[in-house]
Design a protein around this ligand. Structure first.
Ligand SMILES: Nc1ncnc2c1ncn2[C@@H]1O[C@H](COP(=O)(O)OP(=O)(O)OP(=O)(O)O)[C@@H](O)[C@H]1O
Length: 288
C-alpha cells in the first residue's frame, strides 16, 4: 500500500518535551486519525509534516518526496486546515479567496462556490466575524477547492457542536470516496475516529504507541475485569494498563489468548473502545 506521508526516526526537542524518533506512515487513499492526550505532540508532528518547524533529526517524505527539498511542489497538493487559521482577519470570505486562489495551479472556482453554498458561508462576512465552526468550514472549502491530494487537519472538530461536527465528518467521508485523496486529522474526540477513520495513530508523550488499521486495533485489545486476588506478579504482566479499585481490577491487554488462558472464566472479558484504550494506556504511563 502506498504511503502519502512517511516519517522516519523524526526527533524534535523543546525545553521539557521531546518527540522521540517518530516513525509512522499515513496510507494513501484512507482517513487516518491522530489521537493523544494534551501535550502529547500532535500539533508538533503536524507542523513537522507541514515543514513549519524543522526536525532535529530524521526525515519526512510526502508523496514520496523529501518535505524540505520539495516543499513548494508538496504544498500545492496539501490542504491544511487548522483552527487558529492563517487567514487575514480583516478580509471578507470572498476577498480572502481572491488572495489565496492564485497560489494554487489547480484552483477550481466552481468547487469553491459549491462549498461556500453547502457550508452557508456568507461571502461578504469578514473572517474575524466568522464563528469557529465557520472558520473551519472556510479552511476546508479552500482545501477542497485546490484539489488537494492530502488534507491535513489539526483538531478540525474540537469546539464544534455535534451538528457541525457531523456535517464535517460526512464531507470527509465523501471526499475520500475516490480513493485518491488522503486525510490526516488530529482529534481528542475518539467517537469521530470510530465513525470515520480507517487508520489510527496514537501518540503518547512524544512517542507512537500504535499506528494501525482501526479494526485491527479494536480486535487486538481486550478489557479484563475481575477480583483483585487474581492479580500477582505473573498475571499483572499480561496487561498494558491496569486500574485497581478496593476489591477489583480492570485491565487492558493486547494478549487476548494469553489472558483468556490465564484467567479462564473467573473474569469478564469485554471489547474496549478507542477511548478506553487511550485512557488505560495514559493512566498506566506504559507503552503498548
Ligand atoms: N515552540 C515551542 N517551544 C517550546 N515548547 C513547545 C513549542 N511547541 C510545543 N511545545 C511543547 O511541546 C509539547 C507538545 O505540544 P503539542 O502542541 O505538539 O501537543 P498536542 O498533542 O498538540 O497537544 P493538544 O492536544 O493540547 O493541542 C507541549 O509540552 C508544548 O508545550
Amino acid at each position: 500500500m502506498e504511503d502519502a506521508v512517511k516519517l522516519t526516526h523524526v526527533s524534535k526537542s523543546f525545553d521539557g518535551f521531546s518527540l522521540d524518533r517518530l516513525s509512522f506512515s499515513i496510507k494513501k487513499g484512507f482517513i487516518t486519525g491522530f489521537i493523544g492526550p494534551n501535550g502529547a505532540g500532535k500539533t508538533t508532528t503536524i507542523k513537522l509534516i507541514m515543514n513549519l518547524i524543522k526536525p532535529d533529526s530524521g526525515s519526512i517524505d510526502v508523496f514520496g518526496m523529501d518535505n524540505v527539498k520539495h516543499e513548494k511542489e508538496i504544498k500545492e497538493r496539501i490542504g491544511f486546515v487548522y483552527a487558529d487559521n492563517h487567514f487575514y482577519d480583516h478580509l471578507s470570505v470572498e476577498s480572502m479567496k481572491k488572495v489565496i486562489a492564485p497560489f494554487y495551479k489547480r484552483w477550481d472556482e466552481h468547487t469553491f462556490q459549491h462549498y461556500v453554498k453547502k457550508f452557508n458561508l456568507p461571502p461578504k462576512r469578514k473572517i474575524k466575524q466568522l464563528s469557529r465552526g465557520m472558520k473551519v468550514k472556510f479552511a476546508l472549502a479552500v482545501a477542497l477547492s485546490h484539489n488537494a491530494d492530502l488534507i491535513v487537519m489539526d483538531e478540525p472538530t474540537s469546539g464544534l457542536d455535534p451538528v457541525f461536527r457531523s456535517e464535517i465528518l460526512d464531507i470527509l467521508t465523501e471526499v475520500i470516496q475516490d480513493e485518491e485523496k488522503t486525510i490526516f486529522f488530529s482529534t481528542h474526540i475518539t467517537s469521530d475516529l470510530e465513525r470515520i477513520a480507517d487508520y489510527v495513530t496514537y501518540i503518547y508523550d512524544g512517542r507512537i504507541v500504535f499506528s494501525e488499521e482501526k479494526d485491527t486495533i479494536l480486535e487486538q485489545y481486550l478489557i479484563v475485569k475481575g477480583a483483585k486476588e487474581l492479580l500477582d506478579a505473573d498475571t499483572r504482566r499480561v496487561f498494558d494498563g491496569l486500574h485497581e479499585t478496593g476489591v477489583g481490577f480492570e485491565g487492558l491487554t493486547r494478549h487476548a489468548a494469553q489472558a483468556r488462558s490465564l484467567f479462564g472464566d473467573e473474569v469478564v472479558f469485554e471489547r474496549p473502545s478507542l477511548e478506553e484504550i487511550m485512557v488505560f494506556t495514559a493512566r498506566s504511563g506504559q507503552r503498548a
